[in-house]
Design a protein around this ligand. Structure first.
Ligand SMILES: [Zn+2]
Length: 687
């Protein structure tokens, strides 16, 4: 009775189980029961693709070749005649780049890449402009707090894209925010890549000064590491010490704050103790980090003061137990005050570290009073970290406490301000002039090239995505930006004046600066999720199950709801399909009695979805046990879709448990299913 689990089915299960939905394992309850993905677990049994569907123009596998030579097949888009900063070690700078569907297929000299030009290829003449990988924000709260400024999540996404961010790392999430992101992903509204870190504990302490356990996501779920998803959950955020804010206490420091500072009302109200505020005893943090590591998560430890950093380093060392951090990639966020003796420890243990790029240089004198001049250098030591041979990424830490357009705020959304800050340590005043850093900050220089790595490949490494984003090479996602100038050659002071002219995510132009339309290839310009035109769909009058729309243009293409992405030529009718196979016709009937399919297309609910189920039919010997199996199919004719991307979100709810009569896991008991599954499909229609 054992049936083979195809890759398709397994992939379906993984996509489902990791999206926060229940099911997967045998269950006797109708309550959704989330189960972390495990290879070989029983799966839902959607019918495998039977008919070959057209592939993207030339689906040449690009693999992960790292050379700059073009792959075979023609490109959808070629950017040429520019300065292409690949951020690759072995071919740092090239002239041109070729893109096919969502991936880079070539990066090299103009003539090499132009050889991939086909009749449909769009050529974009960069006219000497600079193209580089999309910026990856290593530590921010861009999507979490737009409501602080009366904005929506979608508007926050738009802001990030306008500043050239193609991936953001959202450093903490409570349950509702995580839900909001998942819904946005299902509806195709995440127009950039998002890595989100659920909270272990809250940023604030309770009234008694104790930490507040949050336990978001990780107790029931494993990490989400799928590169094909827009939303990933690689790490858990832990707050180790304070942050000079009400409810949060102050940085945990080894030597007490100055007596003068301790006499301030601010200190007495906020800081709680003369050595600041530590949220964990060492053994508690050790256990938390080790447990999360054992569950497959990275940890991101907020540690600002040197005492907090000691505790964070100790906990990472404890969890690693002699193994290299390269493998687990635990991170320390902020690193705001590093003692000289700790630098060696960083170099040895190699935690990944975030570094505030746009330092608050205009307020540099304010560090005197709490710490005294002897601890100045400790504050500046964060800028030493990138030179220690450890992985360091820039931290913008934008959280809507200032307007995105405010160029004086030291937590900017604009990665070019972060770049400017890393390189010059200057900060802008209201009038546009710059505050110059005092020697204690100024002497720790970071070169432009290193700083650019801290905004691209390093933050990609810090979320284990360095193989798919963060640099430009064949096989990686086509996530890139075009800038008004070359940060490597302009005067460092002029970096702040560079502008993003175009932002592309996964081969789609997601932002095009007004007046620069020539740089924005039109075939990949995707309209916002709300104004995507959709051909009329038969939502009111259910078509007979086997009906296909009559059209002169082309034969309809059936796309399974379990697919992740399908490319369809223009003017081709689409039929959505879902199927359920079981051992007996009665089991199909029981499934049809229990199931509710809730399907959305372009964010709009498909009405009367339940009416599109076929009658129960013979299917063949699906489990290869020698007798006939049965199935029902859900076939929903969509008609012809407009060019562009159309997200299809599916929720499959089982109102009570059902069985398919098979025994996929060979435990001698028929598989039982319950709960809710979620599927996400993108239909990409060509021009
Ligand atoms: Zn933060």
């Amino acid at each position: 009775m054992r049936k083979p689990i195809s890759l398709l089915l397994l992939a379906t299960f993984l996509a489902c189980a990791t999206s926060g939905c229940g099911g997967g394992g045998p269950s006797t309850t109708a309550t959704p029961t989330p189960v972390p993905p495990t290879a070989g677990s029983p799966t839902v049994t959607p019918i495998a693709e039977e008919t070959a569907t057209p592939q993207a123009p030339t689906a040449t596998p690009t693999g992960d070749e790292s050379e700059a030579t073009p792959s075979a097949g023609s490109a959808n888009v070629i950017f040429h005649n520019g300065t292409v900063l690949t951020m690759e070690d072995d071919f740092p700078e090239v002239d041109a780049i070729g893109i096919q569907a969502d991936k880079i297929i070539a990066a090299g000299k103009d003539e090499e890449v132009l050889a991939l030009q086909g009749p449909e290829t769009q050529l974009v003449d960069l006219a000497g402009r600079t193209l580089l990988p999309g910026f990856v924000e290593g530590h921010a709260h861009i999507l979490r707090f737009p409501d602080r400024a009366g904005k929506t999540l979608d508007e926050a996404v738009e802001v990030a894209l306008r500043y050239g961010l193609t991936t953001v790392t959202e450093l903490c999430a409570d349950g509702p925010f995580l839900e909001q992101l998942m819904e946005a992903e299902r509806q195709g509204r995440l127009r950039l890549r998002v890595n989100v870190f659920p909270e272990y504990n809250a940023a604030i302490l309770d009234d008694e000064g104790n930490r507040i356990y949050m336990g978001v996501w990780f107790p029931e779920h494993g990490p989400i590491l799928d590169h094909d998803r827009r939303l990933r959950i690689p790490a858990i955020k832990i707050f180790v010490d304070g942050a000079f804010a009400p409810g949060r206490g102050c940085w945990a420091v080894t030597d007490p704050y100055s007596e003068e500072f301790q006499a301030e009302p601010f200190f007495q109200e906020i800081c709680l103790s003369e050595r600041g505020t530590l949220y964990f005893a060492q053994d508690e943090l050790n256990r938390a980090v080790a447990d999360l590591q054992a569950s497959g998560f990275q940890v991101a430890l907020h540690a600002a003061g040197d005492r907090g950093i000691d505790v964070a380093l100790n906990a990472i060392e404890y969890a690693l137990n002699g193994e290299p951090n390269e493998r687990y990639r635990h991170r320390i966020e902020h690193n705001s005050m590093v003692r000289p003796d700790q630098l060696q420890r960083y170099a040895t243990l190699k935690p990944l570290v975030s570094v505030r790029g746009y330092f608050n240089t205009c307020d540099q004198d304010e560090y005197v009073m709490p710490f005294g001049p002897e601890r100045f250098e400790w504050i500046a030591n964060r800028f030493v970290l990138p030179g220690l041979g450890i992985h360091a990424y820039a931290e913008g830490d934008f959280g809507w406490t200032a307007d995105p357009a405010d160029r004086t705020a030291s937590r900017p959304v604009d990665p070019l301000l972060t770049l400017y800050g890393l390189v010059t340590h200057q900060q802008l005043r209201e009038d546009g002039s710059a505050c110059e850093p005092d020697p204690w900050i100024a002497r720790h220089q970071i070169g432009v090239e290193r700083a650019l790595q801290m905004l691209t490949i390093e933050p990609a490494f810090a979320v284990s995505q360095e193989d798919v984003i963060g640099s430009l090479r064949p096989g990686k996602f086509a996530d890139l930006v075009i800038l008004s100038g070359d940060p490597l050659t302009v005067d460092p002071d002029a970096i702040k004046d560079l502008r993003v002219l175009m932002t592309m995510v996964g081969g789609y132009v997601e932002y095009c600066a007004p007046g620069h339309e020539a740089l924005c290839p039109s075939t990949t310009l995707t309209p916002g999720p709300t104004d995507t035109a959709v051909a009329p769909t038969p939502t009111n009058t259910p078509a007979p199950p086997t009906a296909t729309p009559t059209t002169e243009s082309a034969a309809p293409v059936e796309i399974s709801l379990t697919a992740e992405e399908k490319w369809v030529p223009a003017n081709t009718p689409v039929v959505l399909r879902f199927g359920w196979v079981t051992d007996t016709p009665e089991q199909v009937a029981a499934f049809l009695g229990s199931v509710q399919l809730i399907v959305s297309l372009d964010g709009e609910l498909v009405r009367d979805a339940g009416n599109y189920w076929s009658e129960i039919k013979e299917y063949g010997d699906h489990d290869v046990d020698g007798d006939m199996d049965y199935h029902a199919q859900w076939l929903y004719p969509v008609g012809v879709l407009s060019p562009g991307t159309h997200p299809v979100g599916t929720e499959m709810r089982l109102q009570w448990p059902v069985t398919d009569g098979f025994d996929s896991d060979g435990d001698g008991v028929s598989d039982e299913y319950s709960g809710t599954w979620e599927l996400l499909l993108q239909i990409v229609v060509g021009e």
